[in-house]
Structure formats: structure tokens, C-alpha cells
Design a protein around this ligand. Structure first.
Ligand code: ZN
Length: 281
């Protein structure tokens, strides 16, 4: 190859890399990347006020999401087992009822993003099956309800909680909400909705997608689809009345906007979604 031909080729490769990078950073509209964060097995359905026979699927999946908007990114939830505890060979690691084999950050990287590329970070809630890698996102602006943050940083937080997994958020740039919604990018396409009850400041995210329509990332507003049809609520809610009110509000939003609900622990919902680096838009 002549020097000139090599120079032309190198320029073309550089341009392709640049274009590809730009395409990943600035899509025309919002898109959602879905990450696989393992499973929870062996749960007692009675915890959720069901018998085994009443549920199609008892086991949970764990997942998290990167929402990419033309103006920035929002990471929602952070997995159930920290990347540092997972093995390079992809073998399954078990911590109590939780198992996982795929670390989160390589999945994020496959989609073209590093934690420092994340503009906003939000948790559906502080339970440890959602916070494992939260410290990785402390350079983002943390979107959190005041009641949730107060609970997380209380002297001895109660319940399903591992404060060490999110301790770095204490000093993160923070958007504190007072039981209110937040239009993340200012155009109504990505909205964090206050849905207290499961925890003091539980949140869901509504995302307007060009092709799929509006999707609501439900966190643990529900755990099983059967909760929607029976009205049953888990036994361990922080505030039962708030949970019912939050569910009623989201159900009205779903019917008003013809939106789709993605229950975060629901195995069939997760199975039907493309996983990163593929995305939904
Ligand atoms: Zn959960």
C-alpha cells in the first residue's frame, strides 16, 4: 500500500469511528437500552400476598436501563450484585436469593457509554436489588425524592438495604424532589414520576418513544403482573395507602397515554425486550 492510500484509508476509518460515536451520542429521539442484572429465585409468594398457584412465574429477573435522549442520558437503577463481586469468566455468582453472571459496566460499554457519560442517575428505590452499582454513577446528577434520600442516609436505614452500595451518592450533584415529578430534559419525553408507597420516595420513569409509544419503567410499583389484576399489594410496603394511590395514578396515566408498563422484575416482560447493545426506540 502506498503512503497516500494508507493516509486515505486511515482518514476514512477515523471518520467512520467519529460518525459512529456521534450516532451513539445524539440519537434523533429517546431510546432505551436494557441491561441484564441476573435473577432472584426462591421467593415466597406469600410475601406478595399470593399463593404459588396464583402466579404464572414466581422468580424475578433484575434489570436496569440507560435512557439516551438527544440532550443527555439517564441511568435508571443499578443492578443487584456489584460488578466487583462478579467473575470475569461469566460464571454465576450467588448472594442470598440473588444470582447474576453479567457485570453491568461492560453492557453499558457495549452500548457505547461509560459511567462518566451518564448525565442523570435515578433509582426506582433504595432496595439492594436495585442499587448494587450505584456508586459508579456518582459523577452524574442524582435525581431523588427528598423522603427517599432522607431514609437512605438515616443513621440506621431499615429494610432491604445496603448503604455501602450507594454511599458515594451522598456527595453527588443532586436534584432533590419533594414528592413531585421531574421532566428530565425539559421536553416532556423523559419524566421521573413520584410514586411513593413501596418505599418513601419510589419513582417510575415515563419515556416517549417514536416507534413504541410511551413506556413506563415501573421499578417495583408492581412485582408481578397479577398485582395489577387483583389489586393485591406486597406485605412489606412502606406505606400501603400511598402504594395504592401511586398505582391508581400510574394506571390512569397508562390509559390516558396508551402507554406500556414494564415491570422491572417481570420475567416475561424482560424476555421480550432486546438487550443492549440493541435498544428500543
Ligand atoms: Zn426489587
Amino acid at each position: 500500500m502506498t503512503w497516500q492510500r494508507f493516509a486515505v484509508l486511515a482518514t476514512l476509518v477515523a471518520a467512520a469511528v467519529l460518525l459512529n460515536g456521534c450516532a451513539q451520542q445524539t440519537p434523533a429521539g429517546p431510546r432505551i437500552y436494557v441491561f441484564e442484572n441476573g435473577a432472584i429465585r426462591g421467593l415466597d409468594p406469600a410475601l406478595f400476598n399470593f399463593t404459588r398457584e396464583e402466579l404464572k412465574e414466581v422468580d424475578f429477573v433484575n434489570q436496569s436501563y440507560l435512557i439516551v435522549h438527544p440532550s443527555g442520558t439517564l441511568m435508571f437503577d443499578a443492578g443487584a450484585i456489584a460488578d466487583a463481586h462478579l467473575k470475569d469468566d461469566g460464571s454465576v455468582v450467588t448472594e442470598g436469593v440473588v444470582t447474576a453472571s453479567k457485570p453491568l459496566l461492560p453492557q453499558l460499554a457495549a452500548a457505547g457509554y461509560a459511567p462518566r457519560d451518564v448525565t442523570y442517575f435515578a433509582l426506582s428505590h433504595f432496595h439492594s436489588d436495585h442499587t448494587a452499582n450505584a456508586n459508579e454513577f456518582a459523577s452524574a446528577t442524582w435525581i431523588v425524592q427528598k423522603a427517599e434520600r432522607d431514609f437512605m442516609f438515616a443513621d440506621s436505614p431499615r429494610g432491604i438495604v445496603q448503604p455501602a452500595t450507594y454511599s458515594a451518592l451522598r456527595d453527588a450533584k443532586t436534584k432533590i424532589l419533594d414528592n413531585e415529578d421531574f421532566d428530565v430534559f425539559g421536553d416532556g419525553s423523559v419524566v421521573v414520576m413520584a410514586t411513593p408507597g413501596h418505599t418513601p420516595g419510589h419513582q417510575v420513569v415515563a419515556v416517549k418513544l417514536a416507534n413504541r409509544g410511551t413506556v413506563v419503567l415501573a421499578g417495583d410499583l408492581y412485582h408481578y403482573p397479577e398485582e395489577r389484576t387483583t389489586g393485591r399489594v406486597p406485605t412489606f410496603e412502606f406505606n400501603l395507602e400511598q402504594s395504592k394511590a401511586s398505582r391508581a395514578r400510574v394506571e390512569k396515566f397508562l390509559s390516558d397515554t396508551k402507554a406500556t408498563l414494564w415491570i422491572e422484575h417481570d420475567k416475561p416482560t424482560h424476555a421480550a425486550l432486546p438487550k443492549a447493545p440493541a435498544y428500543v426506540d
